[in-house]
Design a protein around this ligand. Structure first.
Ligand SMILES: Cc1cc2nc3c(=O)[nH]c(=O)nc-3n(C[C@H](O)[C@H](O)[C@H](O)COP(=O)(O)OP(=O)(O)OC[C@H]3O[C@@H](n4cnc5c(N)ncnc54)[C@H](O)[C@@H]3O)c2cc1C
Length: 355
């Protein structure tokens, strides 16, 4: 067995950077991940839904196909992590129940179902009277819904911990520092960090909404902007055994994911803002919508609010761009970075090949 010789520097250790690092290490690159706080960017706020069916939206068939492929790629990622560490990431395939609260919301559910069926998503229209179980805990106003089988969720905290363990088992080194500037002399890339320079043969920028460090230029037409989002974490009703709920509440989208030990993730707000703060109005809307859809949340304990800046590109599609001199840029994963991480990693390896 020959030892790997070519070195890759991954700038940014969110879900995209760390899962890409795993793919590089498996392709025999010697990898360093540089991030002052890995896994604490947008990734920490994510609900972790891998829900291509429940999120089918008009005019987004191409994105939908990519998300479906991502769900398949996730099964391989789970196996790869288990192979490296002996411990698998839990993939919870509970499906999604899509519901509406008022008459307008029910029309939105019908529209959604039409689009999803057109994309080939397998759906089942449910009446609460005939099949009450999936509706447990929901407002009495919700009398019908659409069940999407196959949608799943993962816990992004668990994903980050296990992917890091897999990376470390494969020799990936983590450097807890910030990259200030990136350069290249044509043959070698250099990442200038707060703790000195790091050299390599390949550089991947995966800094989410933070964009490119100094010294690198975005190709024309490629950009990212931050779209703030908040999820709430509340301990209360046990919804672990239930499908994820995606609801329209007076026209606004809301979702709930029931985790083990009565832990519920409620989301998500969406604001064009680069400020990572908990805005009271945003918090109020989420709590209000949550209580309307799942009244039994009334007595739940709010444990945390988590806020992240989603990386949105101009056309809301993810991208991998070659920047020249050995540097690449992977970003734009917007609302679906957890879902898309294994696809982003595959694209990178297809582009750069093994070491
Ligand atoms: C509220 C909310 C809910 C979401 N829910 C879901 C969901 O259910 N399913 C789903 O698929 N997606 C979801 N997403 C989207 C998903 O979280 C993002 O698309 C994904 O986390 C983006 O990953 P990333 O690695 O590109 O960015 P990030 O996670 O932001 O990581 C970027 C990393 O780069 C580091 N960094 C930045 N600049 C530098 C530098 N100069 N030097 C070194 N390091 C640097 C940061 O410290 C950070 O750790 C959600 C997002 C939000 C905000």
């Amino acid at each position: 067995m020959t030892s790997p010789s070519r070195r890759a520097v991954v700038v940014g250790g969110g879900v995209i950077g760390q899962v890409s690092a795993l793919a590089l290490a498996r392709a025999r690159w010697r990898v360093s991940v540089v991030d002052p706080s890995p896994g604490r960017g947008a990734t920490v706020a994510a609900a972790g839904m891998l829900a291509p069916g429940g999120e089918a939206a008009p005019g987004e068939e191409e994105n939908h196909r990519l998300h479906r492929a991502a769900l398949d790629a996730w099964r391989d990622l789970v196996d790869e992590v288990a192979e490296a560490t002996g411990e698998a990431i839990a993939l919870h395939r509970v499906g999604t129940l899509v519901v509406g609260l008022d008459a307008g919301d029910r029309r939105l559910v019908e529209q959604y179902a039409g689009v999803a069926r057109g994309y080939g998503v397998a759906l089942r229209a449910l009446s609460r009277r005939e099949e009450p179980a999936p509706f447990e805990g929901l407002s009495a106003r919700v009398t019908q819904g659409v069940l999407v089988e196959g949608d799943a969720w993962v816990d992004p905290d668990e994903v980050m911990a296990r992917v890091r363990a897999a990376n470390e088992a494969l020799g990936v080194e983590y450097r807890a520092t910030r990259v200030r500037r990136c350069s290249s002399d044509g043959a070698r890339i250099v990442a200038e960090t707060d703790d000195g320079p790091l050299e390599g043969d390949l550089g991947l920028v995966a800094t989410g909404s933070a964009g490119l460090p100094g010294g690198l230029e975005a190709p024309e037409g490629t950009s990212v902007r931050p779209v703030r989002g908040m999820t709430l974490r509340a301990v209360g009703p046990d919804r672990y055994h239930l499908p994820m709920v995606r609801a329209y509440v007076h026209g606004r989208p809301f979702y709930a994911v029931g985790r083990a030990e009565r832990y519920n993730v409620l989301g998500a707000s969406s604001e064009e803002s680069p400020v990572r703060a908990v805005e009271l109005g945003e918090l109020q809307r989420l709590v209000r919508d949550g209580l309307e859809v799942i009244p039994e949340l009334e007595t739940a304990d709010l444990i945390e609010t988590r806020v992240g800046l989603r990386p949105a590109s101009g056309d809301l599609r993810p991208f991998l761009r070659e920047l020249g001199g050995g540097w690449w840029w992977s970003s734009g994963h917007y609302r679906h970075g957890v879902t898309l991480a294994p696809v982003a990693a595959r694209r990178l390896i297809d582009a750069v090949g093994p070491a």
